[in-house]
Design a protein around this ligand. Structure first.
Ligand code: V47
Ligand code: SF4
Length: 380
């Protein structure tokens, strides 16, 4: 019987596409030029089949999710990213919220006795929430529940904290790690290329700063994720530049777990005139990212942003992780007009969603250790 990959090699519309299919079959890396060719000429079916081949080679039908909850310490922010629907400028902070350490600890305590493995803490950049504040928070969370994995702070928040405390990146990272910070989420990456970054988030940490923070974390043995905010004013070349910088750092450190493409949503922000990408473009991007980022073990679709059904669809386009069951309401996406205004999904629902498309649901912890395989589990 001929495999799908051989059919793709034989029937590819173009010599360049044929070479790419052959490289995928042989487990070889594609170049930036080949990646551009995929964006320009690869049909949805072509890139999807290649990405699915890679996904199944890496993970079979396994589809991961985790049980986590979010804490957003504040939506007050000193920065003013054009795409952000969430932040309230420091000058207008009466519209914002600021949680005290005790309030955040109460949120953690609300999960006592519940089988949660991770807390994800990210928010705006508040000038008063400094190193000392977050070190105390980390220590108190760990004292209360030592085994809870703390995934916290985007490189944007960290860059601001370290500069304010006059610490080098290595010193700042070490202090937070010692206090209990386990890993970094992937936010704040947006689009690295200055042609775009200067237009959408000029005042926050640049590409090199973002990458240096993740590199420092990796050197301490911590893992991290990487995101890309796509589907606005960037061109294919900017997406490729973004992924190339990530692929290069991953070659050096191996510290990234997961790549998470974040679809730009245009509600209530300064970029509301920018049309959102289509579902076809979303799926093509997932697939091309899976093909290009050969050294990233995981590709995640963030379902609160994409919506349940599109997240389900993405499992045929290279995605092997659909994030967590989130019991609280993270506001960053509902405020930007995402599909999911109440991003809460029970484990049973998530498992069903994955099974409906014939994949195997596996609950993981932050570092992808298997917590429970739900393939043959019956909730009745
Ligand atoms: O960096 C802000 C994005 C990110 C909009 O690491 C928007 O597991 C779309 O990074 N449209 C923060 N996106 C969230 C984030 C994240 C989410 C889930 C999991 C993980 C992880 C990380 O949210 C920001 C920015 O790129 N964002 N505004 C918007 N209008
Ligand atoms: Fe602040 Fe983050 Fe919003 Fe930018 S995306 S304004 S850094 S909260």
């Amino acid at each position: 019987m001929t495999d799908t990959i051989d059919i793709l090699i034989t029937t590819a519309a173009d010599k360049g596409l044929k070479t790419i299919a052959q490289k995928v079959k042989d487990g070889k890396r594609i170049t930036d030029e080949e990646c551009l060719l995929l964006f320009e000429k690869g049909s949805l079916a072509f890139v999807g089949s290649l990405a699915n081949f890679i996904r199944e080679r890496l993970h079979g039908d396994k589809t991961y999710f985790n049980r986590n909850f979010h804490i957003e310490p504040t939506n007050v922010c000193v920065f003013s990213c054009e795409f952000c629907s969430y932040s309230r400028l420091y000058a207008h902070k009466e519209e914002g919220w600021e949680l005290s350490i005790d309030q955040m600890l109460d949120l953690v305590k609300a999960y006592d006795g519940k089988p949660i493995t991770e807390v994800h803490i990210v928010g705006g950049v508040h000038p008063k929430m400094d190193m000392a504040y977050f070190i105390e928070l980390m220590q108190k969370i760990k004292t209360h529940r030592p085994e809870l994995h703390v995934k916290a702070f985007t490189a944007v928040e960290l860059d601001y904290m370290f500069r304010k405390a006059k610490l080098t990146v290595a010193e700042g990272m070490k202090q937070l790690h010692d206090a209990g910070l386990d890993s970094l989420p992937g936010g704040g990456a947006e689009i690295f290329h200055p042609e775009i970054r200067d237009q959408i988030c000029a005042d926050k940490v640049d590409a090199n700063g973002w990458l240096a923070i993740h590199e420092a974390a990796h050197h301490l043995g911590m893992h991290s994720n990487a995101t890309m905010l796509y589907g606005h004013i960037e061109k294919f070349e900017h997406r490729i530049d973004h992924m190339r910088r990530l692929r290069e750092l991953q070659d050096k450190t191996g510290g990234f777990n997961t790549f998470i493409p974040l679809k730009f949503r245009n509600q209530d922000n300064a970029m509301s005139d920018v049309t959102e990408s289509t579902i076809t473009e979303d799926m093509r991007l997932f697939a091309i990212a899976r093909i290009y980022l050969d050294n990233f073990p995981h590709l995640k679709a963030y379902w609160p942003m994409l919506g349940r059904q599109n997240a389900q669809l993405s499992l045929a386009f290279g995605v092997n992780d659909i994030d967590g069951t989130i019991d609280d309401s993270t506001k960053i996406y509902s405020m930007a007009g995402s599909e999911e205004q109440t991003p809460v999904m029970r484990t049973e629902e998530l498992v069903m969603l994955i099974k409906q498309v014939n994949r195997k649901p596996v609950e993981r912890d932050t570092l992808y250790n298997v917590v429970k395989d739900y393939t043959d589990f019956d909730f009745k």
